[in-house]
Design a protein around this ligand. Sequence first.
Ligand SMILES: CC[C@@H]1C(=O)N(C)c2cncnc2N1C1CCCC1
Length: 308
Amino acid sequence: RKLADPNNRINMVHFDPNYIIYDSTSDTTYLRGRLLGKGGFARCYELLDLNSNKIYAGKIIAKTRIAKPHQRQKIIREVELHRDLKHKHVVEFHSYFEDDENVYIVLENCPRKSLVHMLKQRKVLTEPEVRCHLKQLVEAVKYVHNQNIIHRDLKLGNMLLNDHMELKIADFGLATRIGYEGEKKMTVCGTPNYIAPEVLQKRGHSFEADVWALGCVTYALLLGRPPFETSTLKETYVRITSNNYSIPQTVSQAAKSFIQKCLRHDPDQRPTVEELLSDDFFTSGFMPKSLPTSCCTNTPKFPVYARF
Ligand SMILES: CC[C@@H]1C(=O)N(C)c2cncnc2N1C1CCCC1
């Protein structure tokens, strides 16, 4: 008989038995594992749930870091917006609890890290890969918008990958809820990475700000750099408000057209995420059903399909 598959076992070497975290609300005990990195106020670690033997990603925020009411409110807001979301391509919210020292947000673990790491390794991605990632992204943002939520900080660092290379959007720290049809938000508490011109100019913004960010993400994945990047933030903001960017000829016509639609200066001229799903870009070339983990490090060789 085949012995228990060793691959199913968790490599316990990363979990320190000296760091026990107890969630009294659900009577769950976690072992703290590897540091995943820092995100805002949080130090992020792998957490091993000793009841289920599953690994999660935990955002641990020291209460001393959120002493001021408005800082604490930001955390509560992130939890309230994220906790009810359930979608294949949105990071699963597992639980929220506190102890004397910290506030804990326990989330789905994404072992393949973010598209930032992939792009650092690969420099640029192929169009089939971008079609595959972007389809999952647009489906996730369509779901979030249908919950009347604007993410407002879509960027490569918030696009995470699980062990099956499935994409999950994360971090609702800058997100907001639209209260009524046509409501326009006037401010963002924080600095989105791919910030839209109407957000910069505080002219009122809504779901279209996320479509702008998707255009920036598509550009960055295909070209290895963002569309409005300059050496200073001020200069970048000048380019955004003057819509000053260019798309090199290496980009296919369908990809170029997709980016141009998302980066229209006037938010009312941009397609909705619903409309993006039927954009020609997704049918203009090979669309992989899934991607191999080798894509994290090496350019994939897609089978050359005869195009009838
Ligand atoms: C826990 C924070 C964040 C995240 O939200 N998830 C779901 C995640 C899930 N799995 C690995 N890392 C994750 N991260 C990383 C940690 C450092 C920067 C972003």
